[in-house]
Design a protein around this ligand. Structure first.
Ligand code: ZN
Ligand code: ZN
Length: 406
């Protein structure tokens, strides 16, 4: 691998991206930079793919599989606290407030290592097929991949053979983690509006109290995970907002609450969503109230690695990384990566790599202080060590691409 020669480019790009993060769907500078670098590396470059700032680079080398490689581009409304020389001092408006902006999810490491991998791959002449590099906006909103689907379908009407994506996470730098099957949860957002009959607080008999009704729904919803989902399956049902009423002596007309649901398998997801509907409408009926209004908010898809492809990649990572290739634990976080291959119904593999000082990680694990000592994604302290994080991510991307190209 010609990684050594590209290392300064990858590290400089990482510092530059880290210092200039942009919020979801505002990745204009970042997207322009990604496009410029793709052109420089000899990739056929398409900007504004889809409805937003998505960028696609294509390199065709005759007959062979089409392999999609993905990096996400957005930063977060988080103010950076560590005093690294390349720290971000960017600010932007977010929901009416001036906020700091930071690459607190490490998407800068994804972009820098993918650009590095694309250069390494472009120089190699012993593969055939087509590389499709996708720089995706708005992963943090779980909408960015969807915004690119139409554009991708137009660019690649014949589809792809596989999509590959990776994410940095709070593990030891140098380590890479893969697994077959479910690796990230799907996330659903359900908004429930409970309709009662309002009136005076002193005359409950003339009303249908939506607060008592909604409260009873919230309590009953807790039984989905504890009583309906099998102990061997995983699910989370969290009621994260609850709003009703204006004054203590008025029984309001409505109550409204929002539910976040995380699941790893489609049958479990279907079961949980059906149980929510049944419980909400059942409680409304029991209270003599009209049916509640149940709406779906933005959902994140499940991330379920193709078993055969994950096994093939696992063998390639064993050869490349040896003992530093480890099994990936499924996490309840969500991703929209799988919406890219879903454009064509293609299979995919998504893996993670560590980004933190191996000694810090090991001693924190030993002391049982991992959750405190190693920052999690989205924390203002989430600054991966540059190396071997960037080398590892670049090698992983090159190895993965080569595993599936001809
Ligand atoms: Zn994130
Ligand atoms: Zn992320």
């Amino acid at each position: 691998m010609t990684l050594e020669r590209h290392r300064p480019f990858i590290e400089d790009l990482y510092r530059e991206l880290h210092a200039h993060p942009e919020l979801s769907l505002r990745e204009h500078r970042t997207a322009a930079r990604m496009a410029e670098l793709l052109r420089e590396a000899g990739y056929e470059t398409h900007e504004q793919v889809g409805e937003s700032t998505g960028v696609v680079g294509i390199l065709r080398r005759g007959e062979g599989p089409t392999v999609l490689l993905r990096a996400d581009m957005d930063g977060l409304p988080v103010t950076e606290v560590e005093q690294v020389p390349y720290r971000s001092t960017e600010t932007d408006d977010w929901e009416g407030q001036r906020v700091g902006v930071m690459h607190a999810c490490g998407h800068d490491t994804h972009m820098a290592s993918l650009q590095g991998a694309l250069r390494v791959l472009a120089e190699q002449d012993d593969w055939s097929g087509t590389i499709v590099a996708v720089f995706q906006p708005a992963e943090e909103l779980i909408t960015g991949a969807l915004t690119m689907q139409e554009g991708l379908r137009e660019l690649l009407p014949d589809g792809i053979d596989i999509a590959l994506g990776q994410h940095v996470f709070p593990g030891a730098a140098g380590e890479v983690f893969t697994a077959p099957g479910p690796v990230m949860a799907g996330s659903d957002h359900v908004i429930v509006t409970v309709h009662g009959r309002g009136g005076h607080g002193s005359q409950p008999e003339k009303t249908i109290d939506p607060i008592v009704l909604a409260a009873s729904m919230v309590v009953r919803l807790q039984t989905i995970v504890s009583r309906e989902v099998a102990p061997s399956d995983r699910a989370v049902v969290t009621v994260g907002t609850f709003h009703a009423g204006t004054k203590q002596n008025i029984i309001p007309e409505h109550a409204r609450f929002e539910i976040n649901i995380r699941t790893f398998e489609q049958p479990v997801r279907d079961k949980v969503l059906a149980a929510i509907e049944r419980i909400v409408q059942g409680e409304a009926q029991a209270a003599g109230a009209p049916p509640a209004t149940i709406e779906a908010g933005p959902a994140a898809p499940l991330t379920i690695n193709d078993d055969a492809a994950a096994a093939k990649l696992g063998a390639a990572f064993d050869a490349e990384f040896g003992e530093q290739h480890l099994p990936q634990e499924p996490v309840l976080g969500s991703e929209d990566f799988s919406d890219l291959p879903a454009t064509w119904g293609a299979r995919y593999v998504y893996w993670v790599y560590g980004g933190f000082d191996p000694e810090t990680v090991a001693s924190a694990r030993e002391r049982g202080t991992f959750d405190v000592d190693v920052p999690s994604n989205h924390s203002p302290n989430f600054i991966p060590v540059m190396q071997p994080t960037l080398d590892t991510a670049t090698r992983a991307m090159v190895t993965a691409a080569r595993t599936f190209l001809g």
